[in-house]
Each structure stands twice: as structure tokens, then as C-alpha cells.
Design a protein around this ligand. Sequence first.
Ligand code: GLU
Length: 472
Amino acid sequence: MPDTILRFAPSPTGGFHVGNARTALFNYLYAKHYGATLLLRVEDTDRARYTDDSLKTILDGLSWLGIASDGEPVFQSQNEEAHKKAVEQLLASGNAYYAYETPEEIDVMRKEALAAKRRVHYNRELTAEQVAAFEAEGRAKVVRFRVPDGDTVWTDKIRGVQRWGNVEIEDFVVARSDGSPVYNLAVAVDDHNMGVTLVLRGADHLSNTPKQIMLFDALGWDVPEYGHSTLILGNDGSKLSKRHGATTVTEYQEQGFLPETLFNFLALLGWSSGDEREVFSHDELVETFSLEGMHTRDTVFDLKKLTWLNGEQVRLRPVDQIVEDAIPIWVSEGWISEGDVDGRREELTQIATLLQPRLNTLDDLRKTGYFFNEPENYDEKALKKHWKTDTPERLAAYIDRLEALDSFAEEDVEGVTRTLAGELNMSASKLIHPTRLGLCGVGFGPGLFELMAVLGQETCLRRLKKLLEVAG
Ligand code: GLU
């Protein structure tokens, strides 16, 4: 069997939309799982909207996600000659024709077609005199494809048999009045020239597929296979857009999501393994992926799930990696300096070990300043809730006990806390909550006794005495 050749064909006209990233991912997973070739084609023919920045964003996003393609990227703008040749071939074979209708005429024709519930009929059979008159008038002309009668049918690799009545499809433009080819023509020509055998893309391209198939047929080329995944919807059921929140890979990257999370999450937007499993590593996804698992029902982009999944992926990282992730964040917050890192690696590893089970995103590491600095103030709500009239007295007793400890290991701290609570005949939480507030300034964080062991006796005592002074 000849090799399967896939392509990912982004248009660099804006950010790297998660829908495009998902298309790239499905192509990549297919290529890796089934052993196919994945080519990258940059669709840069829309020069008015093309930007170098957008191309860079897409390429950086692909490499951040770990989606690699084979060979050098193809730039669509370099295939102009082939596009023009195909247009000429279509004209020569009678599969396309010059159309001279003006925008105003087309407007009227469209209204008539709508009223008659049929497609627009362009003048396919102009006489030589009509053509000469239009040319003399200086009218602009476009090249339109002569849509044949009948149906266009393909067996979609994801959706099964798709049948489009050609009668629904009007003679579409293949070359504009300046001679430049339009999207559908350029894609068909490039897919052919690149030897593409399977086009995997989003459902938003479904209506382009019959047109592209007709072009392949008219040009006498083998038609590739097609597979269309789902649309991605926002939580209100409409197509995912900016009003639902972040829609680009870069935004999620900037929010501290891990590449392996996005990789995992995007795969689940329109595919499932068939069992309940949702957390996958790169290699597990490559292994488990199959076309049979692709969905046909549209998929909701669930931010809560993305956040949850990120936590799961954070926990799959080795703790040394979390330390590496945290260092630039802590340096940028001014809590540690680059020069400290080597000398403090053990302490930083202890902190990371404590935090890892609780992180949702790497950005959460920005809320961990209490490991490095004394809190400057105390969360008012938490203070109100946990600071009672007898708290100062209890805390003072607790400070004495902590001061007397020879070893400040987690179990020792826990032991002394529970003993004192027992002696005072109260729940340990009456000590735990105010202590956490004194140490962290906030009412949440890692398990208190582990935290105290990492902060050390001196720091804990200093902070608790300060709280007593300020609040007591
Ligand atoms: N450039 C098109 C897009 O970004 C994709 C073309 C295709 O997959 O056929 O939507």
C-alpha cells in the first residue's frame, strides 16, 4: 500500500486558534499512530491578511505542543504557477468559464435565486459578441467552475458516506479578476502536487470538500480521502469564539497551562479512547489514538476540565521538572535570585514537592510567596473567621511548645500540636487555622505540618510572634 500523506495547512492571518491546533494534533496523532507522513503547508496567499507574526505564532505553538511535521514546510504562495496552470486547464477543458456579471447584477440574481429556491445561475454560454461587448466595456471577469449535474459523494473517514447534491452548489469562482486563484482551487492543486492522500480537518471545511472533489475530478486527478472532525463549541453551545474567553494556544500557554495538557485536552475535543480514561501522556495518545474513536457530535470546550487536566499533568511531571518550572517564576517575582538556585536546590525541591499535589497551573506558583517572605498582611476574612478572643492565649502556649522542640520534623510538629489541643480539650483546627494565617497570610495552602517543617522552626516562630503582635 502506498504511504498515507497528510498535511496541516494553517493560514497565518491571526493567532493560533485552538481549533487549528486540534486539527494539527489529529493529523499528527494519525501520522504517528498509523505510520504516515505529515506535511506542513503554509497557506499564505491572502497577502492582505498574512503576517509574519502570525506564522511565527503558529510555528512556535506547534513546537511548544510537540507537534512535528515531516520535511520542509511548503509555502502556498510559491505554487502560483501551478494554480494558474490548473485554471487554464479547467478553462481549456470547458470545466470553467469566464463570467462577467457585475456585483450589482449578482445581487439581483441572488435575490431571484432565493425567491425561486434554487442556486444562482451564471451565464455559462456567452456568445463571442457578448464577450467582445463586455471586454469593450472594460468589465472585470472572474473564472467560475462549471458545477456538473449529479451528486458529489465521498466516504468520510470519520462521518461515513457524505452526499451533496451539486444542484445546491453554484458555479464557484476559481480565479479572481486579477487572476489570483481562490482557496478551493489552491488547496486542491497543492494537495495534488504534495501527493496528499488523506485530508483530516475540522467540520467547518465540510462544505468545501465537494468543491475540491469536483476540481480533482475535472483536473483528472486521484481524489484524496477526507475525514472531518467536529466543531468546537463554547459552553453556551455556539461556535467557540473570543467571547467565550481565550481561543488561542498562546493565551493558554501564557496562563501557565502545560503543553502536555493542551496536547491531551485537544485530543479529547472530538476523540475518545472508548474507555473512561482521560489523562494521557504524549506516547499513550499516539498509541491509543484511532480514527474509530473520532466523534461526529460537536464538542464543548470545557475550561474547568482543562484546568483539572492541567493539575493531573502537573502531577505526572517529575518533581525536578516542577522545580525548573518554578525557578523562573520565583525569580521573576523577586523571591529568589538566579545565583541562589544551586545552593538552595534542596529547599526548592522540598517546596516543589509540597506544592505539586495542589497546583492547577504553573501560574499558581505565583501565590506561593510565603515560602520566601513573611506575609505583609493577613487575609481579613480568614482573620475574622479564625481569630477569636481566646486565640492569642492559645497561640502563645503553642509558640512555647514549638520553641521547646528539638526536632522540627513534620511528625514532631504534628505531635506537639495535637498534644496541646488535647490538653486544652479542643480541636487541633483551632490552632491550625490561625497558625496557617500567621505563616502564609492566607487561609489556604499545603498541609500545615509539612509546610512548617519546610519553613523551619525559626521562621515559624518569628511569623507566629508577629501575628500575635499584630492581631492579638
Ligand atoms: N488554510 C485553511 C484553514 O486554516 C485550511 C485548509 C484545509 O485544511 O483545507 O482553515
